[in-house]
Design a protein around this ligand. Structure first.
Ligand code: GLC
Length: 736
């Protein structure tokens, strides 16, 4: 047996790091598993945060994975302990949160979603993989796929927003970018789709809070991106902290076994979130850590991140018969399979000189700049204030104009602010810049600096105000009950408006803030979701007109945080807003109880949001016309061919993100008023007209219906082709 396996390993080496065949891997997994003691199996299920301090435990075979070590020297040292000192020489899985770049930081994932460009997002993930694996990291805890409909939740920054279709496109792009085609390639970075599931539906937008989601809503809204990424080959998955309908995900066997393994056939590895197994105790779902361990492992968790429950209690739980050794063997198979797939047994160490060579490579920075440029959303441009072509001297003010650390956004652990190009840095190459920050940081209420900014404005042709959020104000556990600009930022904008100069506001934040009032105080507004290392260069290109904005909002902009959760793909309700609503100040004194009309709206903030999902302007104008469907009636196996003419009717070459929406008018359950079913980036020269098309298989109209079946229900539908979710005319068709 030994000779055979050595020959096999030799054969694999002979073909270099070519991807080992799955059947060979399974054989090697089972061979190795057959040699392992229960203690060694349990060791593989144990993940710790750290390196050198665990070297003895690693050498003893008690640890299967580490996180948060990115020094290749330390990685090699602890890997050596695993490979050359432990009895079976099983290599460690080295992991890290590489969420939107490693050294070269891309826009936060919400910003990447705003590009509606899966290609650049995949490229960004590939670059992150090249930089991270050069440090010895072979597993990232990304992409985060949590659908988010409430900007009060700080982690909206880390996902792709409110729409399942966009979430699928972005998640699959990142999985492919991270992992590449050959998992044994040393630059392949195992993806981890997270947080399974429903974490973004935390009640009140308050992190870790309970989520009440029906099975049908899970299947129609929260599952799609996870399922698509599993089908795209995601190698791992992370369970979420939250409970859904009283079942914490980390102990939910319906989720982790019936759905993930049973329905979707996932053969990857499942890891908990940080201590989320231990937190089953605080949930009141487990008596103690030992009970939590039994619940997690029996639900389908393979690896324990930082509860230490697995390494402490599994042996006793197996001896007591509360966990079968078969269950342990399955978990360890999933872990070993991943390690074999990544080629770690053949190639456990990293070249310690590589990291410095690949970090910030010019092509990495260029891609990060492209992504940042395409992520910025133009919200307003009165009198074509932008681009600033005639201005020679500009005042640059605001706390985000020169914030190299905060511009990187949340979860940018390994980004280095000294490499950040800030807007102030970049604009100095294009204008004579007067710089008066006005405020020290985004939460600053000290307005003493505003006077100097006002005085400086008098010497400028135009004012550019950079406001928004410090990085720490979004991300995990950073939720807000109000979404207005923090500190005295709105006062600074108003003061700039009072100068009478053209005022451009650039918001750099980790979420969609409520900026309607601020928008009324300026001529133009650009919205940038923490754009990363090259954000300043991207924003300068947009302000000068070297680039034209194409970003579209991946989440709805609210008028007031009190409207949350508000999302475009909502049900109609039985009393939809119909524009006849009476608002607070129009209510007659002693109004009769039924005089206000009975539709779904707020007396104080009306019904609709400030700006809709998919919204974003350009320096040019686009005209949609001649939208046609190839038929009026479709069979279930047909493809709907939608043609449309798009004209660039302005004076700038530009790209439009054309969006295709569908509505199912009547269903066995109520259906969303609109659902994104396609989008494409169409580049047109000024004055150019193009005939374009979408091809939408009728099967894409399927959903989980009243009988919990995934079907296309015959009936009447409407379809829109437009530049955002609130525009365009409805075109009817029928499915027979
Ligand atoms: C955190 C996050 C998770 C992250 C993990 C490791 O608490 O919830 O997204 O990957 O711990 O840092």
């Amino acid at each position: 047996m030994k000779i055979k396996s050595l020959l096999l390993i030799g054969a694999l080496f002979a073909v270099g790091c070519s991807a080992p065949k799955e059947d060979q891997i399974d054989k090697r997994v089972n061979d190795l598993l057959g040699k392992m003691t229960l203690e060694e199996k349990i060791g593989q299920m144990n993940q710790v945060s750290g390196g050198y301090q665990f070297i003895d435990q690693i050498a003893a075979g008690n640890i299967g994975s580490i996180l948060n070590i990115v020094d290749p020297v330390e990685v090699n040292a602890v890997q050596k302990a695993a490979v050359e000192q432990s009895r079976l020489g099983i290599p460690l899985l080295v992991s890290r949160d590489v969420i939107h770049g490693f050294r070269t930081i891309f826009p936060i994932p919400l910003g990447m979603a705003a590009t509606f460009n899966p290609e650049i997002v995949e490229k960004g993930a590939r670059i992150a993989a090249i930089e991270a694996t050069a440090s010895g990291v072979r597993w990232t805890f990304s992409p985060m796929l949590d659908i988010a409909r409430d900007s009060r939740w700080g982690r909206v920054a880390e996902g792709s927003g409110e729409d399942p279709y966009l979430d699928v496109q972005m998640g699959v792009a990142m999985v492919k970018g991270y992992q590449g085609d050959n998992y044994a390639d040393p630059t392949s970075l195992a993806a981890c789709v997270k947080h399974f599931v429903g974490y973004g539906a935390a009640e009140g937008g308050r992190d870790y809070n309970t989520a009440m989601i029906s099975e049908r809503a899970l299947r129609n809204t929260y599952f799609p991106a996870f399922k698509a990424c599993v089908e795209a080959g995601a190698l791992t998955l992370m369970t979420s902290f939250n409970d859904v309908d009283g079942l914490p995900s980390t102990g939910n066997d319906w989720l982790l076994t019936d759905i993930l393994r049973g329905e979707w056939g996932f053969d990857g590895m499942v890891v908990t979130d940080w201590n989320s197994s231990g937190e089953l105790v605080s949930h009141g779902y487990a008596e103690d850590l030992k009970d939590a361990t039994a619940l997690s492992v029996n639900a389908g968790v393979d690896m324990d991140m930082m509860s230490f429950g697995f390494v402490q209690h599994i042996k006793a739980l197996v001896e007591e018969g509360r966990i079968s050794e078969k269950t342990i063997d399955n978990a360890v198979r999933n872990i070993l399979r991943l390690k074999f797939r990544l080629g770690l047994f053949e190639n456990p160490y990293v070249d310690e000189t590589l990291a410095a060579k690949v970090a910030y490579a010019p092509e990495h920075l260029e891609a990060a700049k492209q992504c940042a440029t395409e992520s910025v959303i133009l919200l307003q441009n009165n009198n074509n204030t932008l681009p600033l072509k005639s201005a020679k001297t500009i005042l640059v003010t605001g706390p985000m104009a020169d914030a190299p650390y905060d511009q990187l956004g949340t979860w940018a652990f390994d980004g280095e602010e000294q490499h950040t190009v800030t807007p102030l840095d970049a604009l100095k190459n294009d204008y004579k810049v007067i710089y008066e920050p006005g405020l020290g940081y985004s939460r600053d209420n000290n307005t003493s600096g505003i006077a100097a900014a006002k005085a400086a404005a008098r010497r400028a042709d135009a004012v550019v105000v950079f406001v928004g959020e410090e990085a720490i104000l979004s991300g995990e556990a950073h939720c807000l009950s109000q979404l207005n600009l923090q500190g005295a930022q709105s006062k600074l904008i108003a003061a700039m408006k009072a100068t009478g100069k053209p005022v451009v506001v650039v918001v750099i934040a980790g979420r969609m803030l409520t900026i309607e009032k601020d928008m009324a105080q300026c001529d133009a507004m650009l919205y940038s979701l923490h754009p990363g290392t090259m954000g300043g260069a991207a924003i300068a290109d947009l302000i000068t007109g070297r680039a034209v904005p194409s970003g579209k909002s991946p989440m709805t902009f609210l008028r007031d945080a009190g409207q949350a959760p508000f999302y475009y793909n909502h049900p109609m309700t039985g009393r939809p807003n119909n524009g006849t609503e009476t608002l607070l100040n129009d209510i007659p004194i002693k109004a009769g109880q039924t005089s206000l009309g009975c539709t779904s709206y707020y007396l104080d903030s009306g019904y609709g949001p400030h700006l809709p999902f998919g919204y974003g302007l350009s320096y040019t104008t686009f005209e949609y016309s001649d939208i046609t469907l190839d038929k009026q009636q479709y069979a279930a196996d047909d493809t709907i061919v939608v043609e449309y003419t798009l004209a660039n009717t302005g004076s700038y070459d530009a790209t439009e993100v054309v969006q295709l929406y569908v509505r199912d008018l009547v269903g066995s359950v109520v259906r969303p008023v609109k659902e994104l079913k396609g989008f494409e980036r169409v580049a047109l020269k000024a004055g150019e007209t193009k005939r374009c098309r979408f091809e939408l298989p009728v099967s894409e109209l399927a959903y989980w219906n009243r009988d919990m079946k995934y079907v296309v229900e015959p009936g009447k539908f409407q379809l829109w082709v437009a530049g955002d979710s609130a525009s365009g005319e409805a075109h009817s068709f029928e499915v027979k």
